[in-house]
Design a protein around this ligand. Structure first.
Ligand code: ASP
Length: 290
């Protein structure tokens, strides 16, 4: 049994401005990432699948990760990403990097090729470069629409990307990648690269979050989903909803995607929308925004 879910960020989607052509672009992009992940998952591991899906989303300028990421107040990009392999609880992450084309692949390199879990800034970039991860000039990440968003102080959808998967060997994995949000302070690190906050996987579930990162950090949201399953014996959907209520109680919005070892999928959000897609254990395919 295999299952995969992806997200392209939660937040305010400006429903009025979301023309059907615009929505169709997002749906197409989500579909492509879903297919890339699912093709990999058919014969590969859940770890390979979540990375394949996230790379696809990082490469697409529609999403706030990799190319097309948000700008900080210095009009620069600082990207965060993490991966976690549930079966072994190995994890890797990078934060505040500006020259790594696909931060999720650097996170994976940290996990597989270092003794560490999290590397930041220049050290992370040097490590990635030394381990053959593709680099990019800072200009690669630039997009006009995100720059205008900063200059006009537009609050929009968060746009982080993530994936969670269950593979044929029953192993769960999660990956998340983000540019944070428009107008963040230089040096700010969000929840996405923090294991247990925005990204988490163990033998019970795999979780990737999107939303106001500070709230996800304060509620240790991704791990909270697993804790509710482990200690309170809740099902995935109830545990995910309960964990999300934690950020809502702090006045924050966002969403998460999660999968358990039976291939159940949960994708709750308390924002206006969340770009998301899934192929469940029965092979049913969903792509949705609202
Ligand atoms: N959670 C991300 C962060 O705070 C932002 C997002 O999901 O849109 O860095």
């Amino acid at each position: 049994m295999i299952a995969l879910a992806i997200h392209g960020g939660a937040g305010t989607m400006a429903r009025r401005k979301m023309t059907s052509a615009f929505a169709a672009r997002y749906e197409k992009a989500l579909g492509r990432a879903l297919d890339a992940g699912f093709e990999t998952l058919k014969n590969g591991t859940s770890l390979d699948a979540v990375c394949a899906a996230v790379v696809e989303l990082e490469d697409n300028a529609l999403f706030n990760a990799g190319r097309g990421a948000c700008y900080n107040t210095d009009e620069k990009h600082e990207l965060d990403a993490a991966v976690m392999d549930g079966a072994t609880r190995r994890a890797g992450a990078v934060a505040a990097v500006s020259r790594i084309r696909n931060p999720v692949l650097a996170a994976r390199a940290v996990m597989e090729r270092s003794r560490h879990v999290l590397l930041v800034g220049r050290g992370a970039e040097r490590f990635a470069h030394e381990h053959g991860v593709r680099m990019a000039p800072p200009s690669y990440f630039a997009t006009r629409s995100r720059l205008l968003a900063l200059r006009r102080r537009v609050a929009g959808h968060h746009g982080t990307v993530g994936a969670v998967a269950l593979d044929g060997d029953g192993r769960l994995a999660a990956a998340t990648s983000t540019g944070g949000y428009t107008g963040k302070l230089p040096g700010r690190v969000g929840d996405s690269p923090l294991i247990g906050a925005g990204t988490y996987a163990d033998e019970l579930c795999a979780v990737s979050g999107t939303g106001l990162g500070e709230a996800f950090i304060r509620t240790v949201l991704a791990h909270d989903v697993s804790a509710r399953m482990r200690y309170r014996r809740k099902k995935l959907a109830t545990a995910s909803g309960g964990a999300l209520a934690g950020i809502a109680a702090l006045g924050a919005d966002g969403g998460l995607i999660a999968v358990d070892r039976r291939g159940n999928i949960a994708m709750p959000f308390n924002s206006e929308g969340m770009y998301r897609g899934a192929i469940d254990r029965r092979g049913r395919r969903t792509i949705a925004i609202y």
